[in-house]
Structure formats: C-alpha cells, structure tokens
Design a protein around this ligand. Structure first.
Ligand code: NDP
Ligand code: GDP
Length: 326
C-alpha cells in the first residue's frame, strides 16, 4: 500500500486530498499542530467523513527536528506540502511568520527528505499569487513572476527552492502553481466563503449586511476537489515538473457575489457594503491561468463551473447554520 504524508491535512486542500488518496487505497498520514484551545483542528476531515481513516502526527513546518522525526517514522512514498500561512491579508500583519512557515517551511521539509535520503516524491503547493502584477494576460509556466504581498514573496521562495532541490539533488519535486480554488471547506476569511456564509446569514435573518473590499478584483476560481486530483497526477509522472492549474476563466468578485446572493434569494443592493478598511496595501487586480500544459501532459480538466461551486457553498452554509440553530 503506497504511503502519503500530507502537511496541512487539517486545511481545505489537505482534507480533500486525504479523501482522494484514501479512495485510491493509500495509507494517509498527516501533520497537525497542537493549539491550546481547539485540539488539532480536525473538523474538515470529520466533515468529509475521513477522520478515522487518516493517521495524524504532531509537528510544525517551522520545526525541522519534528519533520525529520516524522519523515523517519512514516517513511512516505509521496509527500504533499500543503501547510502554509495561506491568507494574503494576514501576511502584511505577520510577515516574519509568513516567511518562516510559507517560505522557509518548504526548505525544512525538503531538507528533512534530503538528510534522510528519502526517495519520496514531493509536491509543493505554489500559488498564482506569485504572478501578482501580471506580466502576461494569461499566466502560464512561462510567465515571469511579480509577487505583490509578503505571502506571494514567501511562496516564490518555496517554488524556487523546490525547483532548486530538483536540479541540485535530482529529487522528484514538483511545484503546482494553483489558481484560487474554493469549496464548502474554504476558510471563512477568503472572499468566496465570506460571501457564501454572509449570504446564508442574511437569508436566515442572522445578519443584515456583508462588508467587502475591492469587488472589482478578478480571479480564476476552481473547485478544490478538482485541484487536489492535479496534485496527485503530478506525482505520477516519470519526471518531476511544474504545472499551472486553473480553469482558464476569470470573473470579478462582484460577479461571484451576484451568483451567491441570487442563489440565496436576497438582494445585493440592500445588503452589500463596501468597506475601504478591507482594501489591501497592494492588490492583485486580475488572475487568469492557462492550464494547457496540465491538460496536455497530465490529462487534467476542471469539472466544476463557478455557478455550481458557489451554489454548493451557499447550500452548505445554509445547512450548517440551520444545524447550529436546531
Ligand atoms: P488552508 O489555510 O485551508 O490550510 C493551511 C494548512 O496549513 C492548515 O492545515 C494549517 O493548519 C497548516 N499550517 C499552517 N501553519 C502551519 C505550521 N506552522 N505547521 C504546520 N501546519 C501549518 O489552505 P488551503 O488548503 O486552501 O491551501 C493549501 C495550500 O495551497 C497552502 O499552502 C496555500 O497557500 C496553497 N494555495 C492555496 C490556494 C487556494 O486557492 N486554496 C491557491 C494556491 C495555493 P491549522 O489547521 O492548524 O491552521
Ligand atoms: P487571494 O486571491 O488569495 O487573496 O484570495 P481572497 O479570497 O482572500 O481574495 C480574492 C480577492 O477578493 C482579492 O483581490 C481581495 O482584495 C478581494 N476581496 C474583496 N473584498 C474582500 C474581503 O472582504 N475579503 C477577502 N478575503 N478578499 C476580498
């Protein structure tokens, strides 16, 4: 039975990837960090019904010794490095933490693999945020990077150290440059989930308004369930490589709000408030990915439209709130 080790297993992608790999028959291990209040944050795994089938080990991406101990113990065939301080807005508030976890954390896990002479295949969760101030209208593996936040700068380090370890030590290390992907398990601080949870609250009379920042920003949004499949596909290639994963379509935040509010049956003009405090110090105005290489080499295709995904998220938020009220 192939063994996979996932850092960030308690996050959105980690939970979907764990479910995907379990369905493929993998022995799935995941890294989780202790907190004083909430235990190990295992609710997403529980939501997907896979918590009792994964093996959780305690450690932290910023603690090299914990990673060495865990890699030695688990001896994985595939390592998916999904752990990160992943929220762009927070990266201006906590830039050092973001650099240490989202950037140098990648080096830590690569070093743990190298020092232990592990033959594991490695996946790094890189981000379209690295394109930032876009240099090509449609961003591909050839597009130069121009990061616009401490998060994106840290991700750029993670991307290049992955490429460098592949070229320096012959490691099977791939970097997936994933565009925004969402789901009912997306953190509530990200705009899609903030909107779907907000629409659900307004619909149920639990809130009267939703406050947003720049609604003219455009994103290429896909579904996390589709995107974790691409991660696995990358590690099944004979040769490690880098791939853009995207839908090839871009929409404004405003358009996404329209879909969510229409699905919830509430009016945008009566409830949406623009709050300048939510504008970012530097914005990424538009992202639009070109997934042609992933389609040709991996045979990967996105399967979920923005409309269907947002409807799924609104329905899940309505159901959650109804359960809480019951
Ligand atoms: P989440 O924010 O949902 O999950 C992040 C995960 O990282 C959580 O499991 C979190 O644990 C863990 N983590 C944070 N800090 C540490 C640490 N110091 N040590 C160990 N674990 C830690 O992110 P997503 O699932 O959405 O994204 C997965 C990865 O893909 C991230 O690296 C993200 O930056 C990247 N990415 C995501 C995109 C997206 O649109 N979703 C787009 C492109 C890239 P805890 O539960 O304890 O907080
Ligand atoms: P990001 O692309 O990783 O930063 O994903 P987010 O979902 O956090 O943000 C996507 C876009 O939505 C960015 O351009 C934000 O500026 C914009 N946006 C507008 N209002 C909000 C808001 O209230 N919260 C968040 N998170 N983003 C917002």
């Amino acid at each position: 039975m192939a063994k996979a080790f996932i850092t960030g297993i308690t996050g959105q992608d980690g939970a979907y990837l764990a479910q995907f790999l379990l369905d493929k028959g993998y022995d799935v291990w995941g890294l989780a960090r202790r907190t004083s209040t909430g235990g190990l944050h295992l609710d997403r795994l529980e939501w997907l019904g896979v918590l009792d089938r994964v093996k959780i080990v305690e450690g932290d991406l910023s603690d090299l010794s914990s990673l060495i101990r865990i890699i030695a113990e688990v001896d994985p065939d595939e390592v998916y490095n999904l752990a990160a301080q992943s929220f762009v807005a927070t990266s201006w508030q906590q830039p050092h933490l973001t650099a240490n976890v989202t950037g140098v954390g990648v080096l830590n896990i690569l070093e743990a693999l190298r020092l232990l002479k592990s033959k594991a295949r490695f996946y790094q969760a890189s981000s379209s945020e690295m394109f930032g101030l876009i240099q090509h209208e449609k961003q591909s593996e050839q597009t130069p990077f121009y990061p616009r936040s401490p998060y994106a700068v840290a991700k750029l380090y993670g991307h290049w150290i992955t490429v460098n370890y592949r070229e320096s030590f012959g490691m099977h290390a791939s970097s997936g440059i994933l565009f925004n992907h969402e789901s009912p398990l997306r953190g509530e601080e990200f705009v899609t989930r903030k909107v779907t949870a907000g629409a659900a609250r307004i619909k149920l009379g639990l809130a009267s308004e939703l406050r947003l920042g720049n609604i003219h920003a455009k994103r290429d949004w896909g579904h996390a369930r589709d995107y974790v499949q691409a991660m696995w596909m990358m590690l099944q290639q004979d040769t490690a490589d880098d791939f853009v994963i995207a839908t090839g379509q871009t929409w404004t935040v405003e358009h996404m709000v329209d879909i969510a509010f229409a699905h919830a049956g509430i009016s945008v003009k009566d409830h949406l408030v623009i709050d300048p405090a939510l504008f970012r110090p530097a914005e990424v105005d538009v992202l639009l990915g070109d997934p042609a290489k992933a389609q040709a080499k991996l045979g990967w295709e996105p399967t979920t439209s923005l409309e269907d995904m947002i409807a799924e998220m609104v329905d899940a938020d309505l159901a959650r709130l109804a359960r809480r009220a019951a």
